[in-house]
Design a protein around this ligand. Structure first.
Ligand code: FAD
Length: 487
């Protein structure tokens, strides 16, 4: 099923004709019993689903396929392709920029608010081991990035993270769940130039810098920027919001600055002004200084040892200023991971931002065996909630897709090619209702549901106290979604 084209020893001997026949050979190899994922025991036909991406959408759908596909429908085999071999609970990443202190010795007034790797990263392989017991090997993990996908030949080239070799894999069905990255390669997501280890290293470097810094600048008025500033303010700021804990002692105080290119934070989501004002007030109360209507347009090393960063700020009033800091944390911008797909599959409009043109059935336009989910689909703004709602539809649709495929296989055999009845696919209902919960440190935050404000206590209860990490291990093991505990 998998061809390592860069290390194949007899490549140079293969005549051109054989090269042209490669797709056919790959198909034959796929259905042969000597597959690299092991012998299948059931008599149902084999079907390979490749899941691209191991984030909030990819990991659960890979589990669901392996757990829930009836053995008499299809001998489903899943190949999970992603650069990360650990599931990154990136919703808690804003807390991961802060050092994890030792509770017993810390002078930190709020205990240990920083999150280490144990709270943020969850090995993927152990959760899937149960599908590969005995002779039946139904799951395979490729640690690398898809670099091209040919929807007509049903092949994907994957560049492996270790060594950079390219492998070509064939699929019967593919799920594109490659999500998004944050600008400047920041470790709010798996970093674009690496995988789990590189993302951990990038976060560790920030923790080290934050520990010794006396001045930190965060740029970006979206959720990531507000949440990082909130975490920093909660630990190192000079004031406290509504809690009994004392403000940071003088020895621990740092100047925390948030630069936003609008009057108030959270503008990009269309949140109400009163909620944006609450976010700003909460940060200010924590001791975060907000520089509004300004954009960081350049960042250059400075200071005698080059350890400082001097930022250039362009104000909306036309004025330019500079700001020197010990640590600069850009939390601006998002790019969608669709570079490996043919241009015709992408929504190149300014709203689409090169996400995949996706039908309400969660199939890519033009290809019934290419499914798309999460941030990579152009249906809804990026959020875990939206990805989770899409998962509920995708899970049903993939089962219908497999049943239809199996019926077409047996129908073709029995009736000399007569098309069997098809199980209809469900449609995902998009919605304009804004749901936003933004933490400003472990003590709470603010948010909006429709036109209603979400009170800080509820944000604390639902999000801020653990940043969802209490669900992470079960989520990574395929036992649950955010709300659905019977996945
Ligand atoms: C700091 C931060 C905090 C957030 N907090 C919240 C929150 O509290 N609530 C909320 O609803 N949303 C939140 N979000 C948004 C949320 O993280 C995303 O909506 C969610 O991660 C989308 O899941 P996904 O699986 O579609 O994509 P991702 O989580 O981006 O996962 C994509 C996967 O694909 C992999 N990949 C990338 N390129 C390739 C490739 N070429 N080939 C193979 N694999 C590839 C990636 O490494 C990753 O494994 C937050 C985002 C950030 C940045």
């Amino acid at each position: 099923m998998i061809e390592d084209i860069s290390s194949y020893p007899y490549n140079y001997l293969i005549p051109g004709l054989l090269v042209l026949a490669t797709p056919l050979l790959l198909r034959l190899k796929n259905s042969s019993s000597s597959s690299s994922v092991g012998k299948m025991t059931s008599t149902a036909p084999e079907h390979t689903v490749v899941v691209l991406g191991a984030g909030f959408a990819g990991v659960p759908i890979a589990h669901h396929l392996l757990k829930r596909t009836p053995a008499n429908v299809a001998n489903v085999r899943v190949i999970l392709v992603a650069p990360n071999d650990a599931f990154f609970w990136n919703a808690a990443a804003p807390r991961g920029f802060l050092p994890v202190e030792d509770t017993s010795s810390s002078a930190n007034p709020k205990g240990t608010p920083g999150y280490g790797d144990d709270k943020l990263f969850y090995d993927i392989a152990p959760g899937f081991a149960k599908y590969n017991q005995g002779a039946t090997k139904r799951f395979e993990q490729l640690v690398g990035r898809a670099t091209s996908l040919d929807p007509d030949r049903q092949t994907i080239n994957v560049t492996l993270l270790a060594g950079g070799k390219v492998q070509t894999i064939h699929y019967d069905t593919v799920v594109v769940a490659t999500g998004s990255d944050t600008a400047d390669g920041m470790p709010f997501k798996i970093v674009p130039n690496g995988g789990t280890a590189e993302t951990k290293a990038a976060l560790a470097a920030y923790r080290d810098q934050v520990r010794t810094a006396s001045h930190i600048v965060v740029a970006g008025g979206g959720m990531s920027g507000v949440e990082v500033a909130g975490e920093l303010g909660s630990v190192y700021g000079s004031k406290v919001v509504g809690g009994s804990a004392p403000a940071a002692p003088k020895s621990q105080k740092k100047d925390i600055v948030l630069v936003i290119n609008e009057p108030l934070p959270l503008g990009t989501y269309g949140a109400k002004e009163s909620i944006r004002q609450t976010a700003a007030d909460r940060l200010t109360s924590l001791g975060v200084r907000i520089i509004n209507n300004s954009k960081v347009t350049a960042a250059a090393p400075s200071g005698t040892d080059g350890k400082k960063t001097t930022l250039t700020l362009d104000g909306k009033d036309g004025k330019t200023s500079t700001l020197a800091t010990d640590v600069y944390i850009p939390a601006v911008g998002i790019t969608y991971n669709s570079q490996f797909l043919p241009e015709r599959l992408l929504d190149t409009s300014s709203k689409g931002q090169r996400r995949v043109r996706t039908r309400k059935t969660l199939q890519a336009e033009g290809y019934d065996n290419v499914y798309v989910i999460g941030d990579a689909a152009n249906l809804m703004p990026p959020s875990i909630k939206n990805a989770n709602e899409q998962l509920e539809i995708l899970a049903v649709n993939l089962q219908a897709h497999l049943a239809n495929w199996a019926a077409s296989q047996s129908g073709a055999k029995k009736n000399g090619g007569t098309a069997p009845a098809t199980v209809p696919l469900k449609e995902y209902a998009t919605s304009d209702t804004l749901i936003l919960a933004v933490s400003t440190g472990p003590a709470g935050g603010t948010g909006q549901m429709g036109s209603w404000k979400i009170w800080s206590l509820l944000v604390w209860f639902l999000k801020a106290r653990f940043m969802g990490t209490e669900k992470a291990q079960d989520y990574a093991n395929g036992n649950r979604l955010m709300m659905n505990t019977k996945w």
